[in-house]
Design a protein around this ligand. Structure first.
Ligand code: MV4
Length: 451
């Protein structure tokens, strides 16, 4: 097992990783920018190193500073959290060259899944159902028209280097196709330095359902069920739940088995998330994320498995702590992302939190690095905390969520708490009856109520 882990992240996820390391008896090193000297995880870490000025590129993305902090403190492993360097294959390679363990998958698997065309090709080869579309990159208009005619309109042009919704263009008919293709290609080239694009059937009203997996890097893998992340705005998830209200046990077992077998065959190591669109009872692979995700606590709530413990165990060569048969699902969990933003316009609201009071009680978890008197710096994402609620079933979970939201106090800044007060009382949300467009439609329809 590791003696000392350096946490190459900030905010609630840095604290989350710190807690797991402490529980395993591992020493912790926090690295932070000058803007984060007062952060909770910096105070709680055994050691801390300031790695640069506020801008992420000069601090949390500064590989040389982070490696230097690791060498100075003698840490033997780095946990990257999510975002920042968590899916940077080059970073994983540099750490390997310095004999520092990257707590995550191999550089090769990170790179493979970062290329969306290669990821999809690999998924298909491993028996995962994919969205109908081109086999690989599409270059010529003529080839694009042929594929689109085969799969039928509307189609979606995606950038191979994209992901997370960046660089997509819909073509509703052949008349739109040529322009969609050239726009997508030039935008991808400008944004990512890679203009490869591919074509898929455009699914009009899917849900976003993702499967959590853990591999041991030696041919064993388990799945930990799915999360439904359909409630999102501009590709930012707002509310996530496990299980998906749309799936039955048979569908869950079927997709989970397919995915865990594929991940085992790949020899994948560590935590991963396989993302699907789900429509009319069918799953369609879109991407794989090779990191721990923001919404991992809902999976922890329904399985009782600490995913960060598991990541650390696997990275240190200790293998998985559970077999698939030992994974048991219990109840239902919902996560609300509390952002320092206007609950209607989502305009960021940095500043000092005058009062922060978190709910508690049975089935309530709050992951947050903020406290009363904490000043939210303006340089980073606006997530200030996550409220995760668990119940024996979805109805109990929703009742508990309503109660927990009532107890939650965030004063001095705007937060998205009022949006969740609305959502928990909404009939479609109560029925689990939503797709990936539901929240944006809801916000558009209710904009006038808040003028
Ligand atoms: C799609 C799609 C419809 N059809 N692919 C957006 C993020 C990226 N991960 C994939 N995305 C989509 N791919 C096909 N063939 C619709 C989306 C999409 C979306 C997906 C998941 C969650 C929210 C979304 C919001 C808009 C579009």
């Amino acid at each position: 097992m590791f003696q000392k882990i350096l946490i190459a992240n900030r905010g609630e996820i840095a604290l989350r990783v710190l807690r797991a390391a402490k529980e395993l008896g591992i020493q912790t090193v926090a690295v932070h920018s000058t803007a984060d000297a007062e952060a909770m995880h910096v105070r709680l870490a055994d050691e801390s190193v300031c790695i640069g000025p506020p801008a992420s590129r000069d601090s949390y993305l500064n590989i040389h500073q982070i490696v230097a902090a690791c060498e100075v403190t003698g840490a033997d492993a780095i946990h990257p959290g999510y975002g920042f360097l968590s899916e940077n294959a080059k970073f994983a390679e540099i750490l390997a060259a310095h004999n520092i363990t990257f707590i995550g998958p191999s550089a090769e698997h990170i790179r493979l899944m970062g290329d969306k065309i290669e990821a999809k090709r690999t998924a298909k080869r491993l028996g995962i159902p994919v969205v109908p579309g081109s086999e690989g990159a599409v270059r010529e208009d003529r080839a694009a028209k042929k594929i689109a005619a085969e799969i039928g309109y509307p189609v979606l042009i995606k950038a191979s280097a994209g992901g997370g919704g960046r660089g997509m263009k819909v073509a509703r008919s052949e008349a739109d196709l040529s322009e969609a293709l050239s726009t997508a290609r030039s935008e991808a080239g400008a944004a990512f330095g890679d203009d490869a694009v591919y074509i898929e059937k455009y699914l009009e009203k899917p849900r976003h359902i993702e499967v959590q997996v853990m591999g041991d890097g030696a041919g064993k893998a388990i799945h930990l069920g799915e999360r439904d992340c359909s409630l999102q705005r501009r590709h930012q998830k707002v509310w996530e739940e496990a299980h998906s209200p749309a799936l039955n046990a048979e569908e869950r077992t079927r997709i989970g088995s397919i995915v865990s077998k594929a991940i085992a065959d790949l020899g994948y190591s560590g935590a991963g998330t396989v993302e699907f669109l789900y429509e009319n009872g069918e799953f369609y692979f879109i991407e794989m994320n090779t990191r721990l995700q923001v919404e991992h606590p809902v999976t922890e709530a329904i399985t009782g498995i600490d995913l960060v413990h598991e990541q650390i165990r696997v990275a240190s060569g200790g293998g998985l702590s559970a077999t698939q048969d030992e994974v048991r699902f219990f109840g239902h969990a919902i996560e609300c992302r509390i952002n320092a933003e206007d609950p209607r316009t989502f305009v960021p609201s940095p500043g000092t939190i005058s009062h922060f009071h978190t709910p508690g009680g049975l089935g309530v978890r709050v992951d947050s690095g903020v406290y009363s008197g904490y000043r939210i710096p303006p340089y980073y994402d606006s997530l200030i905390g996550k409220l995760i609620v668990h119940g024996r079933n979805r109805v109990e979970c929703m009742m508990r969520l309503r109660r927990a939201l009532d107890e939650f106090v965030v004063d001095g800044i705007n937060s998205t708490l009022p949006l969740f007060q609305e959502l928990v009382g909404n009939v479609d949300v109560a029925n689990g009856d939503y797709d990936i467009h539901w929240l944006e439609n809801y916000l558009a329809d209710h904009a006038a109520d808040h003028k």
